[in-house]
Design a protein. Structure first.
Length: 247
């Protein structure tokens, strides 16, 4: 997707000037890099907020109209208000068509529900990474990198080296590192429940052990244990007492 937006030169700088600018519906920013000098700019705040909602706006070559000229730029940084939906500052970098750029590109995962890990093993696929660092010329910059999960099996992982990158694009990782992008595992809680189920069934299956059977044979019945010795009748006890007194 090709994005084009309009920016305006910013003549006044400083915190006070930026606050006044935001009150008028503008957002302060700067464009730097390339052969030109850094230049303060301002943008329509509502249009910028709407553009920031698009994933492609963060990982595409953008065309910025500034005055009478147009230039190719990349979005490099956005500073947001801590709790208000307000852009405090935005940075753009000019693009040189002949120089490679280094960017983070989002990952798009697909076909996870059709993988053997999910279909045959009821595993859960964990997306370990949401974006990947790449290096390429501006013309080769992809909006995203697709990750096909259709062949993923239980306890298998997909690494950065397994990604199918477009021509002219290379992944950027630390030397000797091959980070995990996605993996298929069975959650530990489910495994523990499955292992504990047979033990619980054996205890409550109604098959007594030798110790339990011996204890059951020697134990009195529940009713007999609670029944007290037969007490004398209430009337007989009283009449006996009266006869003794007369004698």
């Amino acid at each position: 997707m090709h994005y084009e937006f309009t920016a305006f030169p910013r003549k006044v700088e400083g915190r006070g000037a930026s606050r006044r600018m935001r009150r008028t519906g503008r957002a302060p920013g700067i464009v730097y890099g390339g052969s030109g000098e850094p230049q303060p700019i301002e943008l329509d705040h509502n249009a910028l907020v709407h553009a920031l909602k698009s994933e492609a706006f963060h990982a595409s070559i953008l065309t910025m109209k500034l005055g009478d000229a147009s230039q190719q730029v990349l979005l490099r940084a956005v500073q947001m208000h801590p709790f208000r939906k307000e852009v405090l500052h935005v940075d753009f970098q000019r693009v040189d068509a002949n120089r490679r750029i280094h960017m983070k590109v989002p990952l798009h995962f697909a076909n996870g529900e059709n993988s053997p890990a999910v279909k045959l093993s009821a595993a859960i696929i964990s997306h370990v990474m949401a974006e990947v660092d790449i290096s390429c010329l501006p013309k080769d910059l992809p909006e995203f990198i697709g990750v096909d999960l259709s062949e993923l099996t239980l306890n298998q992982s997909i690494h950065v080296s397994d990604l199918k990158l477009p021509p002219g694009v290379s992944a950027v990782t630390q030397r000797g590192m091959d980070p995990v992008v996605a993996t298929a595992v069975i959650p530990k809680v489910i495994v523990e429940e499955v292992e504990a189920a047979p033990a619980e069934g054996e205890a409550g299956a109604g098959v007594p052990t030798e110790e339990a059977a011996a204890a059951a044979e020697g134990a009195p019945e529940k009713g007999a244990e609670k029944a007290p010795d037969k007490a004398p009748e209430k009337g007989a006890e009283r009449s006996g007492g009266k006869k003794d007194e007369k004698k």
